[in-house]
Ligand binder design. Structure first.
Ligand SMILES: Cc1cc2nc3c(=O)[nH]c(=O)nc-3n(C[C@H](O)[C@H](O)[C@H](O)COP(=O)(O)OP(=O)(O)OC[C@H]3O[C@@H](n4cnc5c(N)ncnc54)[C@H](O)[C@@H]3O)c2cc1C
Ligand code: SF4
Ligand code: SF4
Length: 418
């Protein structure tokens, strides 16, 4: 006999701030939850920010509270390194297949760190967006939770077992295999979030062609103490401190050739990053080129604060082209209102690239309806919800509100059936 819907767990796919919120809200209301994350750690994209607005605190502040809540709550089962590979509607909810990637490092890991120094293999660091190199076996980042090392098996030279020999906790199994499990769940909430729009798609702005033209997501890593420069804002090309930093708003956004929509947070992200630069390099000249400044609600305070900073200019103008001439980055700026073209120079350019829905890139198999931009539509089925940036571009506060609503919807879905 199959279980009543109320007894079935809820499934949350994606453990960014939205997924964690949905899972905790439902679990603290007494429901069992399975939280599935494809990365080796929870927290999603905000783990890669240096500080986050509006409070401008490090992301660990909010995340630590949430991971403690996850640890304490026996109603939540967290599955990292896992994805949903198949899903089918049933009378009581969904039958889903989870694929768990091989657990080369298991839960016996104490994060003692003895394995990394002996590892001979290095890989481009995915956490630092390829801006640094790390050992094949490592902690994914300083605040990673679950606090367990991760191993890129494909990078290991044949026959190497140095990490296994160094580990006194028997936490490493180089022969671990992927496995699948089938779960019956009452309702599904999809919180798969976003990926950055690729720099390489903006060659006219020298994206992907020039080391000193970076994206906003790279700036977060440059400013972060856990980043590739230990928190120093330096030009990637020569490791010097930039004297002139230009932020280019709407880079590949609100543009039919790229992302036709506004990602809602890029203006605030650049204003925040202007503060990073000025706090560290008080003499640097910072210019923010924008079409419209969007800083809704209480985030207006960030805009006012930055606009008043000495050495920060906000210039209304669209940067149409960036070139490197005689070693200098030159920006062609179009004053859209006056129809005038001007040129400016910079040592470091930060392109404010937008957020691409992960549902557009690789949707889990639930048949979520998408809008024309690839974000999930709510739909009429209470047993399938979408929350956070998977639904629309938004900041953390809005994602959390959305995710709380999704938890209530999923609970209502399972309460009503049967
Ligand atoms: C440059 C920049 C700076 C920003 N700074 C701020 C800021 O200071 N303050 C602020 O409020 N907001 C900021 N934001 C916005 C913030 O990043 C988002 O609001 C937040 O990430 C939304 O969280 P989320 O959980 O919806 O998505 P995400 O953070 O993207 O989390 C989604 C999770 O789902 C996982 N996932 C994806 N697909 C699958 C799958 N198929 N199976 C399993 N797991 C999957 C991902 O690995 C990830 O862990 C910034 C955005 C940008 C671009
Ligand atoms: S895998 Fe072993 S050696 Fe490496 S951090 Fe974990 S417990 Fe320590
Ligand atoms: S087996 Fe792989 S992870 Fe372990 S030490 Fe060798 S290269 Fe590094």
């Amino acid at each position: 006999m199959s279980a009543a819907p109320q007894q079935l767990p809820l499934l949350v796919v994606g453990a960014g701030i939205s997924g964690i919120t949905t899972a905790l809200e439902a679990a603290e209301a007494g429901r069992k939850v399975v939280l599935v994350e494809r990365e080796p750690y929870v927290g999603g994209r905000i783990t890669r920010t240096h500080h986050y607005f509006p409070k401008m605190c490090p992301p660990s502040c909010g995340l630590e509270i949430n991971t403690r809540r996850l640890e304490r709550n026996t109603n939540v089962r967290v599955c990292v390194n896992a994805e949903v590979t198949a899903a089918r509607r049933t009378d009581t909810g969904w039958s889903v297949t989870l694929r768990h990637q091989p657990a080369y490092v298991n839960e016996l890991c104490t994060a003692c760190g003895a394995c990394s120094p002996v590892c001979p293999a290095e890989v481009a660091d995915p956490f630092n967006l390829g801006l640094a190199r790390v050992k094949a076996i490592r902690l994914a980042h300083g605040n990673a939770w679950p606090r367990r090392f991760t191993l890129d098996r494909a990078a290991c030279p044949a026959g190497c077992r140095a990490c296994v020999d160094a580990c006194t906790y028997q936490a490493i199994d180089l022969d671990a295999q992927a496995h699948e499990e089938t779960l019956e769940v009452g309702a599904v909430v999809v919180t798969t979030g976003w990926s950055p729009y690729p720099l390489e798609k903006l060659p006219e702005l020298r994206g992907g062609l020039d080391q000193d033209v970076i994206a906003n997501v790279h700036m977060e890593r440059l400013a972060s103490p856990g980043g590739p420069t230990a928190g120093k804002i330096l030009r990637p090309s020569d490791g010097t401190a930039p004297k002139r930093v230009a932020f280019v708003q709407c880079a590949g956004s609100r543009d039919v050739n790229h992302l036709p929509y506004c990602s809602a947070v890029c203006c605030l992200a650049s204003l925040k990053q202007a503060v990073y630069v000025k706090e560290q390099l008080p003499d640097a000249e910072v210019t923010i080129y924008y079409i419209d400044r969007r800083a809704p609600g209480r985030n207006e305070d960030v805009l006012t604060r930055v606009a008043a900073m000495e050495g920060v200019r906000l210039v209304k103008g669209k940067v149409g082209k960036i070139a490197r001439t005689n070693g200098v980055l030159k920006l062609k700026v179009e004053d859209v209102e006056r129809g005038v073209l001007s040129e400016a120079e910079a040592d470091l350019v930060v392109l404010a690239t937008g957020m691409v829905s992960n549902l557009k890139l690789q949707a889990p198999p639930f048949g979520v309806l998408l809008d024309e931009d690839g974000f999930g539509l709510p739909g009429h089925d209470l047993g399938l919800s979408v929350a956070g940036v998977a639904r629309r571009p938004e900041d953390v506060a809005a994602s959390v509100r959305d995710a709380t609503g999704a938890a209530a919807r999923a609970i209502a879905a399972t309460g009503r059936r049967g």
